[in-house]
Design a protein around this ligand. Structure first.
Ligand SMILES: O=C(O)CCC(=O)C(=O)O
Length: 309
């Protein structure tokens, strides 16, 4: 596919080409130190203020067989809710202060919290990145999270691609991941399998099960899927304020945080909206009439440049 020919506003052509080739791209110092600090401070404030009373002690688990799927999780799209590290709960009780127990906050920060909203929906530089990428025609933001990666227990996030969890037909997820603290090999920085978005199709999707809970639906049986892409994972160390763009098909992961330091990050995802892509009722995250997914651009992009087509 030829390189984009639109007039670029924020990215360089080299960065656009790198994103298309590798499937991810780190934008150093995307947020200023003040903007970054504001999000970190707000994240800590939210955790400090949240009440454990009435909290169902929902842990954020990502395994193939035990992925989180209770109502507290399923109805969190338009709320600010708190999910716990697996190792922070023993026999139904928190085994440490809540400030050291929260795995992530989600999934409606971008809509509901003014600080996160400013960076996500009311950010002209963010819109310029979206226009420069020409990845979506008319993107909407569908979820946001603060991921805390607590010291010593911050859980591993296994190899995955985001379109499995935020499925559209055709797949269109795009992640925006912003480091709020230093991300290193010791505290669970992200790593990526470069180029895997070009050869690894979306073989399954994460769904609400008809009887309740969540599970995976097969889209391409293993015997029909192409072999797993070869190559070596590359770690993307970040400093606070760096933003990583993540193609919905790129394989990526992060290791357990073995360090004594937290690794806070703010991340949100966009998908394409109809008629360019279909989002259906099987997805775990459902918009409500009061809170439809907000559009990012004031005016849709006139064209997109498909990747891997
Ligand atoms: O922040 C992390 O450690 C994992 C994030 C991630 O993989 C994602 O948001 O898709």
């Amino acid at each position: 596919m030829p390189a984009s020919v639109c007039e670029l506003e924020y990215l360089t052509q080299e960065q656009v080409d790198q994103f298309r080739r590798d499937g991810y791209l780190r934008l150093p110092a995307f947020l200023s130190p003040q903007e970054t600090e504001a999000l970190l401070t707000r994240s800590k404030q939210l955790i400090e203020n949240f009440s454990l009373e009435d909290h169902p002690l929902t842990k954020f688990t990502t395994g193939e067989d035990n992925h989180v799927g209770d109502d507290y999780f399923l109805n969190s799209g338009d709320k600010i809710r708190y999910f716990l590290e697996e190792d922070a709960v023993t026999d139904g009780q928190l085994n440490r202060p809540k400030e050291k127990a929260v795995n992530k906050i989600g999934h409606g920060l971008h809509e509901l919290d003014p600080d996160f909203r400013r960076v996500t929906l009311e950010n002209e530089t963010m819109k310029a990145v979206v226009r420069d990428l020409q990845f979506h025609r008319d993107p909407v933001a569908l979820q946001s999270m603060v991921i805390c990666k607590q010291p010593h227990i911050g859980g591993e996030v296994g190899e995955h691609n985001d379109s499995t969890f935020l499925y559209t037909d055709p797949p269109s997820a795009l992640g925006f991941w912003i480091a709020l603290e230093k991300c290193t090999p010791e505290n669970g920085a992200l790593s990526f399998l470069p180029g895997s978005h070009l050869t690894a199709p979306i073989t399954k999707r994460f769904v609400r099960k008809p009887g309740g809970g969540t599970g995976f639906e097969t889209l391409i049986p293993p015997e029909e899927a192409p072999p797993k892409p070869e190559g070596r994972y590359l770690l993307e160390a970040c400093i606070p304020g760096d933003m990583v763009l993540i193609h919905g098909s790129i394989l990526h992961k992060s290791e357990k945080n073995l360090s004594p330091h937290t690794r806070y990050a703010y991340t949100f995802h966009m998908i394409e909206s109809p008629p360019y892509a279909r989002y259906d009722e099987k997805n775990w995250l459902q918009p409500t009439p009061e809170t439809p997914f907000p559009h990012i651009l004031d005016k849709p992009n006139p064209t997109t440049v498909p990747i891997g087509a």
